[in-house]
Design a binder for this molecule. Structure first.
Ligand code: FAD
Length: 477
């Protein structure tokens, strides 16, 4: 997530922007423009961007190109990103249950048939797979509107699949691991709305969307650091290890007039405290011999605890490791609160024993190097009931805009791509606010295929008719 606030003018001093207040006036519609003084007009317009992930970098990138003076605050010394997936196979209780192909190599089928036809299920009976069909009714009903989110956010993913008659085996062996890998918690702890968003935008809607691109090295090294360097050359001021903790708000103008770093102050967005987060632990292990790992990305579930985990064969992905006589693996443990108190050696031993359960050859190999990264509270937990506390790109403060994968926009799921686009959207809001610069061009999310559109249209009409049934609002929805 990042937030982005345009400030009229003024130097950065002692972690605070001692800024003149910004008067604002309402324009037609919802946008608001600052009354900048003529002196401020002649200076470059200042924008503070907090958070140097995909969203923050995208916003900083566009704004500096438009001539804004951008200060980018990062919680760490360089920009950071979370993690990187690929086309996975699902391993449940030590057995490979589903293998996903590269979908764009396959002839395109109308949604959702690509996802139903192409994955290979070495042992899941067809009868179990067929029980996924009724869930499509919910996928059609979930049209990414506010109403749809509110309706499905009230129940858990497990309740949803139960309600639509999904078989126990299909749930345990396919949906549960997918939810654990994409939403980082078991289905009973995840919102059905977030799950439907994930299912539709990640998997079902357009066949190619199910493919994941892998970075051939650490995203921080390959993408973020060069990106930040190029932004700095263009004039972005990066302030690492500086976390804005609060905003100075001018109550008369309902605008942000300054940013406070390093001291706790008033809570401006109190409802965000209702949102829950998930702890993630990443372990990178170097083994002293070559081990054959048949799939590059493995989504694992059904081991000793309810958390999901994934492991990646970095020897096959990263150019730096190919050809070595060692094996480099990265394992990510989600919902990993139980691992946080362990020391590095204990976490390495836990990761190794999980790997041995999947591929026995790891038993013969020794760990010669390791890196353990603890990321407490690093990602949002889409608990049922969370939706109402999430934010839109615009806020009640006229010059504060929010970006990030979890904000509400036309894309109903969570991904790096969405985070990047919301960063550009925040930059566009700044451009609109100041009335200065070009808007970033954003390619719209591909529309629903005609048959999905028709089904949704019919469904909407049926829902409208249902509201006319007497006492329809009497019963709990
Ligand atoms: C385990 C895991 C696997 C994932 N796999 C995939 C995948 O395969 N494909 C995909 O598309 N997406 C994936 N995602 C999601 C993807 O990583 C996120 O959607 C994306 O990183 C969100 O970008 P962001 O810029 O919104 O936030 P973040 O990446 O969280 O970046 C926010 C940055 O802001 C910093 N920060 C936080 N607070 C402050 C503050 N107050 N001041 C300054 N800086 C601050 C943070 O340290 C961080 O650097 C995965 C996520 C996780 C957790």
């Amino acid at each position: 997530m990042c937030w982005c606030t345009p400030l009229a003018a003024g130097p950065v001093a002692g972690g605070r922007f001692p800024l003149p207040s910004v008067r604002s006036r309402r324009r037609r519609g919802r946008s608001v423009r600052a009354d900048a003084s003529s002196e401020a007009d002649t200076r470059r317009k200042k924008v503070a961007v907090a958070g140097a992930g995909w969203a923050g970098l995208a916003a900083a990138h566009h704004l500096v190109k438009q001539g804004y003076e951008v200060t980018l605050f990062g919680a760490e010394s360089g920009p950071t990103e979370e993690f990187c997936f690929s086309d996975p196979c699902i391993v449940v209780a030590h057995r490979v249950l589903v293998e996903f192909p590269i979908f764009h190599d396959q002839p395109r089928l109308p949604a959702p048939f690509g996802m139903l036809a192409y994955p290979e299920f070495p042992s899941l009976p067809v009868i179990d797979r067929l029980t996924s069909i009724p869930v499509m009714t919910a996928v059609i009903d979930f049209d990414n509107t506010d109403n749809a989110w509110m309706k499905y956010d009230a129940m858990s993913a497990r309740e949803l699949f139960k309600m639509f008659g999904c078989s126990q085996r299909l749930y345990n062996e396919v949906f549960q691991p997918a939810i654990q890998a994409a939403l980082f918690a078991p289905g009973e702890q995840c919102s059905a709305a977030a799950t439907l968003g994930m299912l539709y935008y990640y998997m079902l809607s357009h066949q190619e969307n199910s493919d994941f691109l892998l970075c051939r090295g650490e995203v921080e090294d390959m993408i973020f650091s060069p990106w930040l360097k190029s932004l700095e050359l263009k004039g972005v001021k990066f302030r690492g290890n500086r976390v804005p903790t609060s905003l100075v708000i001018n109550k008369d103008t309902a605008c942000v007039s300054g940013i406070v770093c390093g001291e706790e102050s008033q809570q401006d967005f109190a409802n965000l405290l209702h949102l829950s987060t998930i702890d993630v632990i990443t372990v990178k292990l170097w083994f002293d011999k070559k081990i054959t790992i048949s799939k590059v990305a493995n989504v694992c579930s059904g081991f000793d605890n309810p958390s999901g985990w994934t492991f990646f064969d970095l020897t096959s992905i990263y150019d730096d490791y190919t050809g070595n006589s060692t094996t480099v693996v990265e394992a990510e443990f989600y919902n990993a609160s139980h691992l946080l108190p362990l020391n590095d050696e204990q976490i390495v031993s836990e990761a190794s024993s999980h790997l041995i359960k999947c591929i026995q050859d790891f038993e013969e190999a020794n760990v010669i190097q390791h890196i353990v990264r603890r990321s407490p509270k690093s990602t949002m937990h889409s608990l049922p009931g969370s939706y109402k506390y999430t934010l839109r790109g615009s806020t009640t403060l006229a010059n504060l805009f929010i970006a990030g994968d979890w904000i509400v926009n036309r894309h109903g799921s969570f991904s790096k791509e969405k985070a990047y686009v919301t960063g550009l959207e925040a930059a566009n809001r700044v451009v609109d606010y100041f009335g200065d610069g070009d808007f970033a061009k954003i390619i719209a999310v591909e529309g629903d295929e005609p048959h999905i559109e028709t089904a949704r249209d019919l469904n909407r009409r049926a829902n409208e008719l249902k509201t006319q049934i007497p006492f329809s609002e009497f019963f709990l929805q």
